[in-house]
Write a new protein. Sequence first.
Length: 291
Amino acid sequence: MDLLWSLLAAPFADYGFMRRALVACLALAVGCGPIGVFLILRRMSLVGDAMSHAVLPGAAIAFLLFGFSLPAMTVGGFVVGLAVALLAGSVTRLTPQREDTSFAALFLVSLALGVMLVSAAGTSVDLMHVLFGAILAVDDPALVLVAAIASISLMVLAAIYRGLVIECVDPGFLRAVQGGGARYHFLFLVLVVLNLVAGFQSLGTLMAVGLMMLPAASARFWTMEIGRMILFSTGVAFACGYVGLLVSYHLSLPSGPAVILTAGAVYVLSVLLGPHGGLLTARLRSRHYQR
């Protein structure tokens, strides 16, 4: 019992920064889990990655003007990220270009601009903090912000859930019944940007999208029902945060990458063993039918 306590619970019982990091992982899981599922259902997985970098210029500009001010960097990242999302959507609607292509183009510009701004006026330490985060350094104001964004995300998703599901499954029906799903698309993009800004505060821009997409991608191999996918994705995201923090603590590894690599390990296991399309499961099922 003492060994299990020292391995699994003592780091969180003994250190406040570990407890805050764990609560931050819970809040991120609650907000990012459902968002990641809908990104996959809408075939927008790479859009999430693009949007994670789109917040960087806004955060960088706020950093240059106000220093490491949490409210300023949050507002800056949200405004610029949302502007990039709306601009990419406008390009898609007004030109023949696909949405993923316009997001990719604007993401590259945003990432280069953000890195240039931070590098020009900051230090390498500043840039590493912005890109990779520091979840063990999450303080109470950042924790309140992440929890507030998760709460807002759940309330908005509850309000638009049915319309969002219909738009994912049968957008033609939604256009015929309600005259289009533009408002659901816009609200969803707002939620994506909000949750990426929340993840940016703790995991950095390059890691935030990992906790959003990897658990959701894993869920697809275990269930085909949307509600269960959301619950699975949320639970796996939190479990990966818990395990990743323990791994980083006991092995003295960077916490953010440890969390994302844990989620990556779950994804690999899902690809191999998941009952819905898993490689080994499909092979065993094929042998069973051949017999």
